[in-house]
Design a protein around this ligand. Sequence first.
Ligand code: ADP
Ligand code: MG
Length: 240
Amino acid sequence: MSEAAIEKPAGTGEREAPVLWLHAVERRYSEAGAPLEILKGAELAVWPGESVALIAPSGTGKSTLLHLAGLLEAPDGGEVYIGGRATSKLSDSERTRIRRIDIGFVYQFHHLLPEFSALENVVLPQMIRGLSKKVARNNASELLGYLGLGERLSHRPSELSGGEQQRVAIARAVANAPRILMADEPTGNLDPKTADHVFSALGQLVRASRLAAVIATHNMELAGRMDRRVTIRDGLVVEL
Ligand code: ADP
Ligand code: MG
């Protein structure tokens, strides 16, 4: 399929382009002996505003897929399109630019900067992008307030609960208003009640913006609240 084809997939009329399209994506790791084939021509299209749960057993390639989609790694074959644009032949600086502007990432462990407050952790990526401190602070406090952390702005990560830390990490990931959010088992470390709270906050945010999201999770109940569910089987993405 040509790149133009995804601008207007057959039969979809005026439909916009997928914000993310993994096309025929291959990824293998060379190990002693046989290479480890993780993705073998995977296809996944995610549309603006759509939330997709990625549910698959450990070791099947969820993190690999998210890293490829987030331009943290490059595929060994196939192509990753972000907003209809092929990314594999772009320079490192162009890929970094797309990653900074269009993509947000949340990990299982929050990776917040320990010396900085919740507010500062959300301000920093915006300042790196070039916003003034004042605008960045306003955005950050609004976003943290929206995620129920209005009373925690000056707390450092060590002074926050696990669920609060993850909500700050979510705020940081969306601070630059990306088009797509990748989350790699974002509630994997939390107790069920806290996971539920964090997931609700995430879902609310996704619905309130036109943000698309791909969220790897083992929690079927939480996955049930997303628009679509997919898994990885024999190196391919399969709808559930
Ligand atoms: P998941 O997130 O679904 O648990 P991963 O994407 O992390 O799975 O890993 C998929 C498989 O690829 C695993 O078997 C893992 O050991 C292997 N793998 C991941 N990264 C590397 C690497 N850098 N080098 C070699 N093997 C890797
Ligand atoms: Mg993983």
